[in-house]
Design a protein around this ligand. Structure first.
Ligand SMILES: NC(=O)C1=CN([C@@H]2O[C@H](COP(=O)(O)OP(=O)(O)OC[C@H]3O[C@@H](n4cnc5c(N)ncnc54)[C@H](OP(=O)(O)O)[C@@H]3O)[C@@H](O)[C@H]2O)C=CC1
Ligand SMILES: CCCCCCCCCCCCCCCC(=O)[C@@H](N)CO
Length: 793
């Protein structure tokens, strides 16, 4: 007992004396940096963390200047701060890479008391895939740019007199404390700040200037949103070790850290551990923290090794799966290799994540395939088909008999769906066995009817609960799906209880839907992601017991970073893949093997998900004539005008490329706007000129669409995103004012014309290209098997 007591006493004594020693030796001494009435200068202050810091500084009574490149974003930031606080900030447009410009801006702004070097760019990519320019860009902006800013500000900061302690703060990142997969250049640029800061602190301490390094985790800023679209999945998984935070929260913690004059500022507990694990020769002003570092350093190193172990395990797993997924793809086309018309069935590696390619025998009946698919249950499968196979004799009714209620089949035939399309013939038998499916087939191939028939085979109209949910990316597509579902569900006989379909789409009146959902839940719900999540988060209803969850245009949902988080939640938190049947539909699934793999790994679908791919071997509607005109970039407007006059379309869609980030940053008008202006002044024909843009708000999009539907011809200027899922059968001409970025985009665009039923009118797809673009178009021709003839004007 006495031994234990004396041991304890010894321990306490040890700690206390350590603390006393530390309290003497820690340097630099801690200070408080006053903010009120002082000049706070923030680089990158027009967006994200920098903007949030500016808000805080202003609200604490500082005189604030912000610097960034884009004058537009600066003006917007200025407006937002003025709106929130009534105070005007000074703005300076300069690129931190340009020392002279930065220096001029800083001189103009006056002596600085608190300098926050926050600008930063990040492009997460494996080094192998990163261009030397991108590497240089990150080092130049993040590291060299920081030197420029500090160097320009330092003389006046040092010369300030009697204004109390000053601060130079640098926004690093947790990726500046630990190297992270995908961040070679970014991590290097941010690690550089550590060296800069440590050395600088020694150089400026005698001028009472205190250096602070800030280490945020992933933060939901506009810059981060852009980054998320592209960064490797592994980067996201590893970065998830420390979660993500809201911009405001991060800014508050950082600002408090700056005021407290800390050298290292972390944003949460994991960040704190990380800072101790990576502390090295950082100065430490707090003796309490110094004590923790001394006592727990070793233990925290152990924790960091555990993290590393997890990361390396993940990386290993991914690379193995990637190899497995690279099993040669058994895609072959009957037209080219007739001997492969026999049923071909191959299992590759007997591993959990393997993908099996099956070839459809030309005349094998669908039933025999089900048996084959059963044989590989517990593995993901792939059904490949090309659209030039002979149609089998089975009708849609025969395929659906026994699964889909009679009155629905009856309605289906009344509406005119008698023979199955390829995707229906391929997918329905599998879907009826209850397996999850990825429906991968071109626009207009009948995917909607495919999943609707599955839904009707499963729901019980007597039950009063939401039994099927269809998630769509846009309101327009939602309305179309709802229309087809309602047409099928319409009661044909009095005694059959019809099944209700509700459209819960962005821009609708949610309040009315809320009470409807509560009082009488519809059997089928067609919803856009945002509205659906809103309802689920408000606990208006639940989707954990739905029988089927369909995600339509799935690639688009995942492409849009705004929606991706919500879609993931729908798939994994709000419901579980084991309890439902999951169907994904899309015209294009880039890297579909990866996608199948993700589905399984992320538990979006069950492990035995089937990828049904009706490949686009002859995807172009035959009624289309493809043409191109070669012209100079500067001459495109005139050429378009000439084409509109010579071709006299009944109705046309003019596709314009999405505006690049660069051009947006430069403050240019989007090309859609420019083209609209041009047409409005120069086009003398009778067609109504309309604009459809992806980021137009719902009301203006709806307005455009209604105008179109009112008949009369139209000239619709649109981007790819805006035109997704929109059906305008009157279209006779497609003008690719800008060449589409990908082959699938070409297909999507061209597929917008020639959809008017019973019309034998030839429709035109005209491409306005520069001579350099000729080979790109040629590639599309090869891939999609059409030929494009040159047109002379
Ligand atoms: N968001 C996150 O997840 C995390 C971010 N960070 C770091 O925080 C800082 C801010 O990031 P965040 O708010 O997300 O970024 P944003 O992309 O939202 O904002 C970046 C800001 O920097 C400006 N900027 C970019 N390049 C330059 C340049 N060459 N010269 C001058 N200004 C420039 C931008 O304006 P303009 O383009 O007009 O020049 C903008 O104001 C960065 O240093 C980043 O590395 C750290 C950890 C996590
Ligand atoms: C004891 C040791 C504990 C270790 C825990 C380590 C957790 C590290 C996670 C690193 C996350 C990196 C985020 C980068 C954010 C960023 O800068 C980009 N989003 C760019 O904007």
């Amino acid at each position: 007992m006495a031994a234990i007591f004396s041991l304890f006493l010894f321990f306490i004594l040890f700690i206390v004396s350590l603390l006393i020693i530390l309290s003497f030796i820690v340097r630099p001494r801690s200070v408080t940096i006053p903010i009120k009435f002082r000049h706070v200068f923030i680089t990158g202050g027009s967006s994200g963390i920098g903007l949030a810091l500016a808000h805080r500084a202003v609200s604490e009574g500082a005189k604030v200047s912000i610097l960034a490149r884009s004058t537009e974003k600066l003006a917007e930031a200025k407006r937002s701060i003025q709106l929130a606080t009534g105070v005007e900030v000074a703005t300076f447009s300069a690129d931190v890479r340009d020392y002279d410009a930065v220096s001029k801006a800083i001189d103009e702004s006056g002596p600085i008391d608190v300098l926050i070097v926050n600008q930063g760019v990040f492009i997460g990519k494996e080094l192998e895939k990163q261009s030397p320019e991108e590497v240089k860009f990150m080092i130049d902006v993040n590291l060299t740019g920081s030197f420029n800013v500090i160097k320009a500000a330092l003389p006046a900061m040092k010369a300030r007199e009697g204004r109390g302690p000053a601060s130079i703060s640098l926004v690093s990142s947790q990726a500046g404390q630990a190297g992270i997969y995908g961040y070679t250049a970014y991590s290097a640029s941010k690690f550089g700040l550590q060296g800069l800061a440590q050395a600088l602190q020694q150089e400026v301490i005698s001028d009472d200037i205190h250096v602070t390094l800030l280490f945020p985790p992933d933060t939901d800023t506009p810059g981060f949103e852009q980054e998320l679209k592209k960064r490797p999945e592994l980067t996201s998984i590893i970065a998830a070790s420390s979660g993500s935070m809201k911009t405001k929260e991060v800014a508050k913690i950082c600002f408090d850290g700056i005021k407290a004059g800390k050298f290292t500022v972390t944003c949460h507990f994991i960040g704190f551990l990380l800072s101790i694990a990576s502390t090295g020769m950082s100065p430490q002003g707090s003796f309490w923290l110094a004590l923790i570092e001394v006592i727990f350093g070793g233990l925290i190193r152990f924790v960091s090794l555990v993290f590393q172990w997890q990361w390396y395990k993940t990386i290993e797993k991914w690379s193995k799966e990637k190899q497995l997924l690279n099993v040669p793809h058994l895609a072959c086309f009957p037209k080219i290799s007739p001997f492969l018309h026999h049923s071909l069935f191959s299992t590759s590696n007997p591993s959990v994540f393997h993908s099996t390619s099956t070839r459809r025998a030309l005349k094998s009946s669908s039933n025999s395939r089900i048996i084959k698919l059963q044989a590989v249950a517990e593995t993901s499968s792939e059904i490949e088909s090309s659209s030039v196979t002979e149609p089998t004799a089975l009708t849609l009714r025969q395929i659906c008999q026994g699964y889909v209620p009679e009155h629905i089949l009856h309605r289906m035939e009344e509406i005119g769906f008698v023979f199955p399309t390829d995707i229906q013939r391929e997918a329905l038998p599998t879907l009826f066995t209850g397996r999850d499916c990825i429906l991968h087939a071109q626009t207009g191939s009948g995917k909607t009817l495919t999943y609707l028939l599955l839904i009707f085979s499963l729901i019980n109209p007597q039950r009063s609960s939401v039994q099927a949910v269809i998630v769509v990316p846009t309101r327009e597509l939602g309305m179309q799906v709802t229309k087809v579902a309602r047409m099928l569900a319409a009661k044909s006989e009095i005694d059959v209880k019809g099944c209700t379909v509700m459209a819960l789409l962005d821009g609708g009146t949610l309040r009315r839907h809320k009470s409807w959902l509560k009082a009488e839940p519809p059997a089928i719900l067609v919803a856009t992601v945002a509205s659906l999540c809103h309802m689920l988060e408000k606990h208006i209803f639940r989707i954990d017991s739905v029988r089927v969850l369909v995600v339509d245009e799935v690639d688009f949902l995942f492409y849009s970073s705004k929606q991706v988080g919500s879609v993931r939640k729908l798939l994994t938190s709000f419901s579980s893949c084991d309890k439902r049947q999951t169907v994904f539909a899309s015209a294009s699934i880039p890297q579909h093997k990866h996608f199948v793999h993700d589905c399984i790994q992320q538990k979006w679908t069950k492990r035995d998900v089937v990828h049904v791919h009706v490949s686009a071997i002859m995807p172009m509607p035959l009624c289309l004539l493809h043409r191109f005109v070669m012209c100079e970039k500067t001459n495109k407007h005139q050429v378009l005008l000439a084409l509109l006059e010579s071709d006299a379309p009944e109705s046309a869609i003019i596709f314009v490329g999405e505006q690049s980030e660069k051009s947006k940053k430069a403050g240019n008008d989007p090309s859609t706007t420019l083209l609209m202006e041009f047409l409005k002044t120069s086009y003398k024909g009778s067609l109504e000129i309309l604009l459809l843009e992806g980021d137009m708000n719902f009301n203006s999009r709806a307005a455009s669409l209604t105008e179109i539907r009112q008949g009369g011809g139209f000239l619709l200027v649109s981007t790819d995103i805006a035109a997704r899922g929109i059906d305008l059968p009157e279209t006779t001409h497609i003008f690719n004012f800008d060449l589409p970025q990908t082959v699938t985009d070409y297909l999507h665009r061209a597929g917008r014309a020639g959809r008017k039923p019973f019309s034998d009118r030839k429709c035109i797809v005209a491409n306005l290209i520069t001579s350099e673009e000729r080979f790109v178009l040629q590639r599309y021709e090869n891939e999609l098997m059409f030929s494009c003839e040159e047109m002379m004007l």
